[in-house]
Design a protein around this ligand. Structure first.
Ligand SMILES: Cc1ncc(COP(=O)(O)O)c(C=O)c1O
Length: 420
């Protein structure tokens, strides 16, 4: 795309202005205008500390309580059971460590899964170093946890089951209601990381019998650095922050009023628009998936064929290095991500894809497209004007250019790693 710009010295020349297509909404989302508008007064004239007794303090307090109610509505919970945190990571840490440390007299065992976000996995590993034992359940090749495995893993020493609602890399949605029922039947707390599903599919903490649930504002067009944990009334929890009596003694520290207000407004909008948003995102994802299926040999879609977050499409392109693909797309103004992590100077394949049974090389050739509310079918079209050529080029460079299409799974065949 080209735009006219005045060049220095008054000489007019054509400058290339790159089109920007953001397809990384599972990483973060832009703050919505309505959300920013709600937040701004709390940086300026409504700056009170919610703990202050005077009018300005009470104003901030009332705004936080409104946000609490908006957030509770998003998940079908009660206001008094929502506690604001600095984000999803803190909520996950509090759920695992808070329950473990406060209930040590009752047990020392936690059940979770191998595909959790690092906020859960590393909290669990930390607890292992503190003498707790953790069972990391496997998933099938679509990323699905077997509720039967959850039940079999629970022992008389189990305190907590933590299974994410939807996976950030592949989008697989877990059978949370079933797992919640099992945990309740065994008298074990149930935590779910719902950071990626909030605003995309309905959440009902009562129906799913969830005891603790993590949320993050910046995944739903709210600000970064704001999140919440839902905690069912009566749960014994050790706070991770010690200090004042904020958040009903669950999370000390002066509340981030602008962030919380923004989160509340984002939650309200997400709740109102969820059904329409679902259709929009699913349409974009399905269109891109279909086009990739038609136009790129050997592409493999990772995740569950149907039980998948509407805007998430994770695809492996065998013979391609995901990082190179990401950078080539970025040069065309398209932002995506890979699930691989850089550790000690080398690129490690995603722990989620490995858990699905994807071989390490193929896992390294995978990228995630995650759509958001501002994306359009024109964006999909733009991606498809560049993606096939880049994949062909990278395969050629890596000497895998000659690979011919493998057989495509017939529609209706539930192959967990769907070949496309
Ligand atoms: C599933 C999941 N849990 C937790 C987090 C962490 O949330 P935050 O960035 O608010 O700390 C993320 C963010 O990537 C996530 O995707």
């Amino acid at each position: 795309m080209y735009d006219k710009h005045g060049a220095p010295g008054g000489v007019s020349r054509q400058v290339k202005v790159m089109r920007r297509i953001y397809l990384d909404h599972n990483a973060t989302t832009p703050v919505r205008a309505e959300v920013l508008d709600a937040m701004l007064p709390f940086f300026r004239e409504r700056f009170g500390n919610a703990s202050s007794v005077h009018g300005l303090g009470q104003d901030a307090h009332a705004a936080i309580e409104e946000a609490r109610s908006q957030t509770a509505t998003l998940i079908g919970g009660r206001s008094g059971e929502v506690f604001f945190t600095s984000g999803g990571t803190e909520a996950d840490n509090l759920a695992l460590k808070g329950v473990a440390f406060a209930n040590r007299d009752l047990g020392d065992h936690i059940v979770t899964t191998v595909i959790e976000h690092s906020a859960v996995l590393n909290s669990a590993r930390f607890l292992e170093r503190q003498g707790f034992s953790v069972t990391y359940l496997p998933v099938d090749s679509s990323g699905m946890v077997d509720p039967g495995d959850v039940e079999r893993a629970i022992t008389g020493r189990t305190l907590l089951v933590s299974v994410m609602s939807g996976n950030n890399e592949i989008g697989t949605i877990q059978p949370i209601d079933e797992i919640g029922t099992i945990a309740r039947r065994h008298g074990v707390y149930f935590h779910t990381d719902a950071v990626q599903v909030a605003g995309k599919i309905p959440i009902d903490v009562e129906k799913a019998q969830v005891d603790l649930l993590s949320l993050s504002a910046h995944k739903i067009y709210g600000p970064k650095g704001a999140g919440a944990i839902y905690m069912r009334k009566g749960i014994r929890i050790e706070p991770s922050m010690h200090g004042g009596h904020h958040e009903n003694n669950r999370r000390a520290g002066t509340e981030n009023t602008p962030g919380i207000v923004g989160f509340g407004r984002a939650a309200e909008l997400a709740h109102t628009e969820q059904a329409a948003e679902y259709r929009h995102l699913a349409d974009l994802r399905d269109t891109l998936e279909k086009r990739i299926r038609e136009e790129i040999n050997d592409a493999v879609v990772n995740g569950h064929p149907t039980e998948r977050l509407p805007g998430t499409l994770n695809v492996s392109f065998p013979g391609v290095e995901g990082e190179s693909l990401l950078m080539r797309l970025d040069l065309k103004g398209i932002a995506v991500s890979t699930g691989s992590a850089c550790s000690s100077g080398s690129i490690e394949p995603s722990h989620v894809l490995l858990a699905l049974g994807v071989d390490p090389h193929t896992a390294l050739g995978s990228v995630r497209f995650s759509f958001g509310r501002d994306n359009t079918l024109t964006d999909v079209e733009y991606v498809m004007t560049h993606l096939p050529g880049i994949v062909t080029h990278l395969r050629h460079v890596s000497g895998k250019g000659g690979a011919k299409a493998v057989s495509v799974s017939s529609p209706g065949v539930v192959s967990s790693v769907a070949r496309v």
